[in-house]
Design a protein around this ligand. Structure first.
Ligand code: AVI
Length: 744
């Protein structure tokens, strides 16, 4: 990011504050000057205003930061110090019980005396005393030096508050005053939002050794993280507008109960400073009222709004440990206060994690709580952080008004979930696919492969076709001219969808088993008025991307993907109160099961979805052998590649050494069983080693990889009845023969 030319910078350039190599005296001078520079554009009247209880007058910030050095350093350690005015202890104590009574916070704006000019005198008095004191031996005693350091970082926090509080005050003014002139930024074409996979495991977070940190940042400790995905950038205003257009503020189902009540009570329908003027959204900024910039990050949203947005997008907020683990080691660079824009900007990078520091504080899902082993500091400054560890949420990363050298990866900001006047935004997170529900444990694939290749005849379970490559190859199969199943079923579904929509209750949850690319699902999603969509699939990687895509297309739909082997067991995440469940199992995937497996599966679905559920299922029917053989042995060789990908997958993930060129794709029609069988035939005598175990193949020996049963419709209805399903409606194609059934 290129900061604006220094010569054009207004006075807040001092917020680029200190270099750590500076002496404490130099840093003291710089931080104190930065506060005054930030207050300089404000008139005495501006400095006195308090527009709400959470905000404080600029004059109070200037005085309180001064009181801090006077109270915790000069009065305690400098015998020569004479207090400027004893009454100031009452006026400018913020919340320190140990230091005595104080003026009520909501009434700070009523204090017109001392004047802003008298506060300047007070600051000068304390600055001179501190300058003298800092050259003494006492000042370099560890306890005292630590307090001076704390005073500087405390003052930087108030520099940010001074700006957010004056913004709030100016936002109440119908003339929308500008605190500072608008600083143009490069026009940016931001990267698409994408999720970056981040490993889980036992990680460490928290501040450990060198450099300053607040007490709440430590001790460093271990945290276990499941693998997760973090969005590459912050959520933009444009995306927020989509949320609003989709009824985000009108739909209680996206919201936490407390959040919904707060939003109703406060009448929220947009971020805090937004207003619709002449049909376009504008936002109050430190440069006055400006049109909302679609690519810039959304800010001035509460935790409740951030959380509702994340749910609406089928995602979640990251935990603070997830955020910190991702941020650790990144340079602390970004659109911070010293750049002088004083507003969040569109990201400028194209790859990797962007906007981790600066622009907007990122709401996390983490409660602001003590880290294991946390001890507040000794004495009155022990009240600094620890006593606020209740009912607040942690924010990470700093904002466009955070002093440049103030933030770090371990920094824990915290606010109540309803507060909106800080520069608060959000970044989405997702559970990574390997956080599986009922999916194979690590050794299951290896054991299944070993077992299958030890059997006679050799066999491999067809469910392992569908890794990322296999899923993509299957999508390609569905496009083949010979593979009639997808086209025929799609046509049937299109004509059946309006009727299905009438036959199932509105606000149902569609549970798709083996959702793959969810292409056919969209026919139903377009026609039905659904509450949620639960795609269940074994291919976690593919599932996460597909779910995200569906969530982006159907903004009103809650999308809750489940990674599971649905042929064994699966759980439906709790959604709504007793929302009716509608199973969807298209593609004749049931044909890939043996008859006993199909019966078991139909019973499992009945038991999992419940007695009031319905089930939409696609069944491929018996037809001419030529049509069938062509469908599974296409001219382009896509099905052959799909079949062989099973061996490639074993090579990739089980350290196998199959020679793919020595296996042929073979397809036969087994008339007795009524099924197409796929095999891989060894073209020569050979062996392959898989996860350290060797398997021999004779020339011509096959591995049986898949069955695809073709039903007669009456046989299938009888099978479904055995599992407790009865036929409610059917839609049939004759050439090629295929059926879509609605079971109940
Ligand atoms: C997923 N399943 C229904 C497909 C089928 O037709 O049995 C898998 C497939 N195998 C080869 N081509 C397609």
């Amino acid at each position: 990011m290129t900061p604006p030319d220094e010569s054009t910078l207004p006075t807040w350039k001092y917020a680029r504050a200190s270099r750590t190599s500076d002496s404490v005296v130099e840093r003291f001078v710089r931080v104190r000057a930065a506060t005054e520079a930030l207050a300089a554009p404000l008139s005495p009247e501006d400095q006195n205003v308090q527009s709400m209880p959470d905000a404080s007058p600029a004059k109070w910030h200037r005085a309180h930061t001064t009181w801090f050095y006077e109270t915790f350093i000069l009065r305690r350690f400098d015998p020569r110090y004479r207090a400027y005015d004893e009454r100031f202890n009452y006026l400018f104590n913020s919340y320190y019980e140990a230091v005595g009574a104080r003026h009520p916070r909501p009434e700070r704006g009523a204090i017109t005396r001392p004047t802003a000019a008298e506060i300047s005198d007070y600051r000068q008095h304390v600055d001179e005393a501190m300058a003298r004191f800092m050259t003494s031996a006492t000042a370099s005693e560890p306890e005292v030096a630590a307090l001076i350091e704390l005073g500087l970082h405390h003052e930087q926090q108030h520099q940010e508050l001074l700006l957010t509080d004056i913004l709030h005050a100016f936002a109440q003014n119908p003339t929308f005053p500008a605190y500072a002139p608008f600083v143009p930024a490069m026009v940016r074409d931001p990267a698409e939002m994408a999720f970056i996979d981040i490993d889980g495991g036992l990680i460490e977070i928290g501040h450990d050794a060198d450099g300053f940190a607040f007490d709440n940042e430590g001790p460093r400790h271990r945290v276990f993280l499941e693998p997760y995905r973090l969005a590459n950038r912050l959520i933009s205003n444009g995306e927020w507008l989509e949320f609003m257009a989709a009824g985000g503020y009108r739909e209680p189902r996206h919201w936490l109960s407390d959040g919904w009540q707060t939003a109703q009570r406060e009448g929220w329908n947009a971020p805090l400073y937004w207003r619709e003027t002449d049909g376009a959204w504008h936002a109050m900024t430190l440069a006055g009222l400006l049109p909302v910039e679609p690519n810039a990050p959304v800010t001035h949203i509460s935790f409740y709004e951030a959380d509702a947005f994340a749910r609406w997008r089928g995602a979640r907020l990251p935990s603070e440990a997830e955020w910190e683990s991702a941020a650790a080691g990144l340079p602390v660079e970004g659109n911070l206060c010293g750049h002088g824009y004083l507003r969040p900007l569109a990201p400028c990078g194209k790859s990797g994690l962007q906007q981790m520091f600066g622009d907007a504080w990122e709401w996390t899902a983490s409660a602001y709580a003590r880290y294991p082993g946390f001890r507040p500091r000794e004495g009155a400054v022990g009240e600094y952080n620890g006593k606020f560890m209740i009912n607040q949420l942690v924010l990470r990363g700093g904002s466009c008004v955070t002093p440049d050298d103030h933030v770090r990866a371990t920094y824990r900001n915290f606010f109540y979930p309803n507060q909106r006047w800080q520069f608060t935004g959000l970044r989405l997170a997702l559970d990574a696919p390997c956080a599986r529900v009922g999916a194979p444990r690590d050794n299951t694939f290896r054991n299944d492969v070993w077992d299958g290749l030890s059997a006679t005849p050799k066999t491999l379970p067809c469910k392992y076709f569908y890794d990322r490559e296999g899923s993509l190859l299957f999508d390609a199969i569905c496009e083949l001219p010979e593979y009639y199943l997808t086209r025929t079923e799609t046509t049937l579904l299109k004509s059946a969808a309006p009727e299905i929509a009438r036959l199932v209750p509105t606000e149902s949850v569609l549970v798709e088993l083996g959702s793959g690319s969810s292409i056919k699902t969209r026919i139903l999603l377009d026609a039905m008025d659904l509450l949620a969509y639960v795609p269940v699939d074994i291919s976690g990687d593919h599932l996460a991307n597909v779910a995200q895509d569906i969530a982006a297309r159907y903004r009103r739909l809650q999308v809750s993907p489940v990674v599971a082997d649905f042929s064994e067991t699966f759980d439906i995440p709790p959604i709504g109160d007793d929302a009716p469940l509608i199973g969807f199992f298209p593609g004749s995937t049931i044909g890939n099961m043996s008859r006993p497996e199909a019966l078991k599966f139909l019973r499992l679905v009945r038991a999992t979805l419940g007695p009031d559920s319905q089930f939409i299922i696609g069944i491929d029917l018996v037809k001419s052998v030529d049509t069938l053989l062509a469908a599974y042995d296409d001219a382009e060789g896509v099905t052959a590649a799909f079949n062989k990908n099973l061996l490639a997958r074993i090579n990739r993930s089980l350290d196998g050494d199959f020679d793919l060129s020595s296996f042929d794709h073979r397809v036969i029609w087994n008339a007795h069983e009524g099924r197409i069988q796929m095999h891989l035939a060894s073209t020569r005598a050979q062996s392959a080693t898989i996860a350290g175990r060797r398997f021999d193949f004779a020339q011509g020996e096959t591995i049986h990889t898949e069955n695809s049963h073709k039903y007669r419709i009456d046989d299938f209805i009888a099978l479904a009845a055995e599992a407790g399903w009865s036929m409610r409606e059917s839609w049939m194609a004759t050439d090629p023969a295929f059926a879509v059934l609605l079971l109940a």
